[in-house]
Design a protein. Structure first.
Length: 86
């Protein structure tokens, strides 16, 4: 594979991992549960099961986001420049 194509694939996987990690970990597992907790509390519809599930999502948000980023970074490392390729 050509050197420029490898660099492009590595950059694409790195960007994809960052975006997916932020979207899934930051938005789906952190921002939305916080929003649901606030609206449930202010609206008087907050139940114990909703509270427990959303608190669990908030606690695992950074782990899931970081895991997604790590997997994509590992995939990108297969395409990064190897000094032996010169």
């Amino acid at each position: 594979m050509r050197k420029n194509a490898k660099k492009a694939l590595a950059a694409a996987f790195s960007i994809l991992g960052t975006v997916l990690g932020l979207y899934i970990g930051g938005y789906w597992l952190f921002a939305r549960p916080v929003y649901w907790l606030v609206t449930g509390f202010t609206g008087g519809t907050l139940t114990a099961s909703i509270l427990i599930i959303n608190i669990f999502k908030i606690f695992i948000a950074s782990t899931v986001g970081g895991g997604i980023w790590c997997v994509c970074d590992i995939i990108a490392s297969f395409f990064r420049d190897d000094p032996r390729d010169d």
